[in-house]
Ligand binder design. Structure first.
Ligand code: GLV
Length: 303
């Protein structure tokens, strides 16, 4: 088995010795491949243009947690997303930061700071804010638990109605009730045909007036024009976005200069090089031993 590595030179420099020590083969870059039929695994963020060049490909591994950028794969090729504690903890940290920043009026204070304006606004404890976490995979569960530990009133929503110990959870049919009790919405959903465009004007209108949004799912889930209208009408009071549509957000986009919005450039997580390599080795070993692939993506669900 051999892995074709299609990622940055910095990452390759960490992966190469790890693969060598593990006795596994790794080719760096498509140009280095003399025999495409030897390639059984590919690691990438953006997939190679012509996957059919690798007739014995078994698993395509996304270097991140998301897989929405991947094409439909030929029969017999599985898709794995990188499962790493570091990714989960970094996204949790971004969510906690965003929740606290929104809860403590930081968009307002950052705008005031830019003009030297010393004015205080009403502050309450975390227990007064009802946070709703959409998406209850490993990352969503971790974020929900941590926010609850901070004292927020946390509930979670997922299509499957996944349970999280100690946290109220809602399923597909209860979206309206979930949104109605959510002062601060955290989106961690994967991008699928069902979540594309989910957060539109009607969706935002279901939140309580003055609600806040922390978005670290995917840009295409949020209608940015609807967000702007909701901000203008006071339906949404502030938002923190790590993902946007499009990405990168153009320099002249309204959201950059809007004092009610804080944009971070899709940095909620970055896969640690060594953790990514460990995941890929686990995938290769599982393939060889005929076990279930770690991070296996269900092509029908899309995550
Ligand atoms: C980042 O968005 C990732 O999917 O890892």
């Amino acid at each position: 088995m051999a892995l074709l590595f299609l990622s940055s030179p910095e990452r390759a420099a960490v992966w190469a010795p790890i693969f060598e020590a593990a006795g596994e083969e790794m080719e760096i870059g498509e140009a280095a491949v003399s025999d495409p039929s030897a390639i059984t695994h590919i690691l990438c963020w953006q997939p190679p243009k012509d996957i059919s060049r690798y007739p014995n490909l078994r698993v395509l591994i996304s270097s991140g947690a998301g897989v929405d950028q991947m094409p439909t794969l030929p029969e017999g090729v599985q898709l794995s997303r990188t499962v790493a504690k570091g990714i989960e903890e970094m996204v949790r940290d971004w969510v906690v930061m965003a929740a606290l920043m929104l809860h403590r009026n930081m968009p307002i204070y950052l705008a005031q700071a830019a003009r030297g304006d010393w004015r205080a606004h009403m502050t309450r404890g975390t227990g007064f804010t009802r946070v709703g976490v959409m998406g209850l995979g490993r990352i969503g569960k971790l974020a929900a638990r941590t926010l609850a530990d901070l004292g927020f009133q946390v509930a979670g929503w997922s299509r499957s109605g996944a349970r999280v110990e100690g946290i109220e959870t809602f399923g597909e049919a209860d979206l309206e009730a979930f949104l109605g009790r959510t002062d601060l919405l955290v989106c961690l959903l994967p991008l699928t045909p069902r979540t594309q465009g989910l957060m539109d004007a009607a969706f935002l209108a279901r939140l309580p007036r003055g609600a806040m949004l922390a978005h670290a799912g995917r840009g295409a889930q949020l209608d940015m024009t609807a967000l702007r209208h909701a901000l203008d009408e006071g339906q949404i009071s502030a938002a923190m976005l790590d993902v946007t549509d499009p990405e990168p957000l153009p320099q002249d986009h309204w959201a950059w200069g809007d004092p009610r919005v804080i944009v971070t450039p899709h940095i909620a997580s970055e896969t640690d090089h060594a953790e990514g390599a460990a995941h890929a080795l686990n995938v290769i070993r599982a393939t060889r031993e005929g076990r279930e692939i770690p991070g296996l993506v269900d092509p029908l669900r899309g995550y």
